[in-house]
Design a protein. Structure first.
Length: 69
């Protein structure tokens, strides 16, 4: 399977926090104001983020907008 065919992974909050260096409260504030990708609800008490969306944010966090992705 090539990289282009690799399915997008869903990563959980601790992984997102480790990769971005953001605090939990900052992460959720950025989600609310549209400057970080929104999480995907996986079940009633479980959510995650698309790895590709987090990677896109990490490439250019200053100018990221949810409407871009």
């Amino acid at each position: 399977m090539s990289i282009a065919e690799t399915p997008d992974r869903i990563i959980r909050i601790n992984t997102v926090l480790d990769r971005t260096g953001l605090s939990r409260s900052t992460l959720y504030r950025k989600v609310q104001d549209g400057s970080f990708p929104k999480q995907i609800k996986l079940s009633d008490r479980c959510a995650g983020w698309r790895e590709s969306a987090v990677n896109a944010w990490m490439k250019n966090p200053m100018f990221y907008g949810v409407e871009d992705h």
